[in-house]
Design a protein around this ligand. Sequence first.
Ligand SMILES: *Cc1c(COP(=O)(O)O)cnc(C)c1O
Length: 416
Amino acid sequence: MTRNCGFNTLLLHGKGTGGFAEREILPPVSQGTAFQYESMEDLESVFAHRKTGFAYTRIGNPTIAAFEQKINALEGGFGAICTGSGMAAVSGALLTVCQSGDEIIAGSGMYGGTIRLLRNFERLGIRTVFTPKLNAENVSALINERTRVVFGELIGNPSLNVLDVPAVSAVAHEHGVPLFVDSTTATPYIARPLELGADVVIHSTSKYINGTGSAIGGMIIDGGRFNWKAEKHGALADFVQYGRMAFSVRARTEICSNLGGCISPFNAFISHVGVDTLGLRMERICENAAALAERLDKEKDISVNYLTLKHHPDHEYVTGELNGYGGGILTIRAGSKERAFEIINSLKYVKIASNLGDVRTLVIHPASTLYRHNSRHEAEAAGVYEDTIRISVGIENKEDLIEDFLEAIAKSRHEQ
Ligand SMILES: *Cc1c(COP(=O)(O)O)cnc(C)c1O
């Protein structure tokens, strides 16, 4: 398989595909909790890492490993660790490199659950400094001797701020600090953060990777290039002996397995099946989202936030880092919470649901749901106002989507 192959060809036939025990095209679903060995010596050598093998599904499992290898290949990583959810991936990745007394620098325009997790970490003595815009200038002003990681979302959910990975990683690296990127909303179809300079990539596979809204899951992908030093990352002191593998070894053998948030093999299997159509889905989703955003932008009493629109503050990244795409999420502001609810309630096809990255278009009023337990300041910093509607665009026929939204918007005018 040449490197010049297109995304879909590599996805279906490249690294991380095939090679399963019974010549199956898809990995068998190994639901078993444990794996039996011929002798106690055999099992001992697996535990001692002298021999490769599976012992217990929370620590490793062939179906989960197949999914890890597939996503690792898509991101161009050195190794991947699958977790039970996106939040388990975020918490596992950060706790692998942070301990009490350490600091994280993060963008404010992040997923609400992540912001709340970072607040929870404060009780463990891990402090997060938030910046409204995670750019090179702000990171270099905030970074200090306690900073252990810079963390941001490639395309903020739902702020739609774009993280300038080459510039931010360069500043972080000057200070011996890695850049971790949550790339859930971008997906490897739009961008591969490791190639742009990131050190670790995180996904909620529940979203675009699974693509059908059928399984919760998460993934941590290590680029394997960061030079970990015990003096800087005390949390990794016992692991720097593994060199560039230090992060992966601690995340897999210690933090993720001990925190216990493993995925079920069945969920790994469904997500593995789902990712095969990632390229096709993303192409259609991005085309639909751009068409919907452009059409809604013509409505005078609706303001639209979407990356391909020329008035979007981060529009310049579309032709650069985002390879021409704007992603599958847009937000619109309706003027008031009441009107936002009216529009949502009048939609015919579009479903009201707390998820994104599904093949079906989904809408939600984030202020009253996803950001309900965040402060107003946190919500607004993430682009969530009282009148904001988040739209996760699906693969429907775009004419139908546009018509559905235009009718709902028109109806809300009569009701005003
Ligand atoms: C959904 C989401 C998460 C959390 O993932 P779960 O699978 O729901 O735990 C983290 N980051 C981003 C950007 C998300 O959209």
